[in-house]
Design a protein around this ligand. Structure first.
Ligand code: HEM
Length: 327
């Protein structure tokens, strides 16, 4: 393959389009294997090139390019494009106002400002005793047996009670939330197109539930995220009811599978390195570093999506508007 990093464009003023380059290809099953198998595939791709062709765009494989692209505001978050990428044309999925996960520019800055206080480390600390209780209960449930399927028995059920507590949803509604979250998150599955009705129904029910919660908290404020988000104000600006609904959705979409999967990845790493587990048991004050390191070494989210909001020339290569990349 030619060295695309230094490839000479056809004419100095017309950089070659990324679509016309001869690039290595990310195998379709690149992520189906174990951590080491996946790492090996990406390692050998990145030894060959900083960019590879993937199923719906281009994988960006080198640290400096990932950083450059994530910092360049012309690349927009692709999460809102996900339904479209899955072939979904239903306006209920396409025409939604952007949530904080997908917003760009001034809108993103505004949303971040409004929610910054509610998402502070201090607010997370408030929930720590509750988080401990939840995980202790899950471990107690399997402790007598002396064995567990950690992914199923611990990681999977862990986040929902905490998200419910964070939002202020009562305990009796945890099961409901769990089902809605599971169904709404199906949008990330390759089979989303076949499950649209289920996803849509769950989304409608969840949104109605959250709207009702918002109405109740407006007249009866509590110590929960919804109350804080209702009260959040920046220079007279506030979140509208629909923005509040969208924010709650973002918390569910952003906080459920990520947390579950990261917990599973962490336990997996410790299974491979039992001496590190023993060290952590001996010195629990190392937990914050352990979290950082397992996320670095085996992160549940190993990439993200961006699309070119306009024609972008990077490394003398043209990425036409709409091109998807996966840094
Ligand atoms: C270990 C668990 C988690 C992981 C691995 C994770 C990962 C990520 C990543 C990679 C992004 C950036 C996405 C991008 O720019 O393309 C992100 C953004 C975000 N996450 Fe998480 N996340 C986790 C937990 C959570 C939780 C628990 C919540 C909510 C309670 C949450 C809410 C958000 C929000 C709102 C954003 C968007 C921030 C913005 O654009 O301003 N995440 N997360």
């Amino acid at each position: 393959m030619s060295d695309i990093g230094t490839r000479t464009p056809a004419t100095p003023s017309a950089p070659v389009s990324v679509h016309d380059l001869d690039l290595p290809v990310v195998p379709l099953d690149a992520r189906d294997g174990t951590r080491d198998e996946t790492a090996e595939i990406y390692h050998s791709l990145s030894a060959e090139s900083w960019i590879a062709r993937s199923q719906i765009g281009f994988s960006i494989l080198h640290y400096d390019d990932v950083t450059a692209i994530l910092r360049d505001k012309r690349w927009h978050n692709a999460v809102a494009k996900l339904p479209e990428l899955r072939g979904i044309t239903d306006p209920a999925f396409i025409d939604r106002p952007p949530s904080i996960l997908a917003a760009e520019g001034d809108l993103h800055v505004r949303l971040r400002r409004l929610v910054a206080k509610a998402f502070s480390p201090r607010e997370a600390d408030r929930l720590r005793p509750f988080m401990r209780d939840v995980v202790h209960d899950l471990v107690d449930d399997v402790a007598a047996a002396g064995r567990a399927d950690v992914a199923v028995d611990i990681c999977e059920p862990y986040p929902i009670p905490i998200i419910c507590e964070l939002l202020g949803a009562p305990r009796e509604d945890w099961q409901l939330f769990s089902r809605w979250a599971e169904d709404v998150l199906r949008i990330f599955n390759g089979t989303a197109l076949d499950e649209l009705d289920v996803i849509k129904q769950a989304q409608l029910e969840l949104n109605d539930y959250v709207r009702e919660m918002i109405a109740r908290r407006r007249s009866d404020p509590r110590e929960d995220l919804i109350t804080q988000l209702i009260a959040a104000e920046e220079e007279g600006d506030r979140l509208s009811t629909e923005e509040l609904v969208s924010m709650v959705n973002a918390v569910i979409v952003g906080g459920t599978d990520t947390t579950r999967n990261q917990l599973g990845c962490a336990v997996g790493v410790f299974c491979d390195h039992p001496e590190q587990w023993a060290l952590l048991a001996e010195r629990p004050e190392l937990a914050p570093q352990a979290v950082e390191e397992v996320m670095r070494y085996f992160g549940a989210v190993r990439g993200t999506g961006r699309f070119a909001s306009e024609d972008i020339v990077y490394r003398d290569i043209l990425f036409p508007a709409g091109t998807f990349v996966f840094p």
